[in-house]
Design a protein around this ligand. Sequence first.
Ligand SMILES: [Fe+2]
Ligand SMILES: [Fe+2]
Length: 194
Amino acid sequence: MSYQLTYTTDLRWAQSALANLGILLNDHAILEKKAAVVAIDMMKYFPKSPKTLCRLSKLAREEMRHFELVTQFVEQNSYDQIQMKPVSYMRNLFSLVDSANRTQALRDRLLIASIIEARAHERFDCLIPLLNGKLAAFYTKLSHAEKRHQDIYFTLCLELVGESKTLDRLSELLDEERRILLATQDRFGFFSCV
Ligand SMILES: [Fe+2]
Ligand SMILES: [Fe+2]
């Protein structure tokens, strides 16, 4: 079982990405590292489930492997290594966690993590047709992995609270994600509006 995002990336974002490939790649590297941190942090909510702990550990390792590959790509293709702060998109999404009780908070964390992976997958798929061979092949590989990560977090949420509570909250969070993404206009980035 999976789902679609409610907002499709504007082609103007892809045009900005092509004009700012160095920024895109550096920003992307930071986000892979953040995705690993999200997966490691999630492990503390599943202390009694070795199967889930191993799944999340593997996911975190994959994200760090993506970080290494992007960092190497930047170096091998003579892009500048740029120190930058991520745009506010992920922070704003995680601020939506409803901490009224533990289960609701974990449900939200899992859904938000899943939506971020879904957006990464969607952004890669938006860019791939416009990229040259080497970067297109690299991003195609990553896109499949992010789709898989989307489904892992989503499945954990389904297992935690069941289908109807998952889908009700998912629908609210997808609307919020659209609103947050459209408002992320501080600078161009992997998760900026355009
Ligand atoms: Fe990744
Ligand atoms: Fe991922």
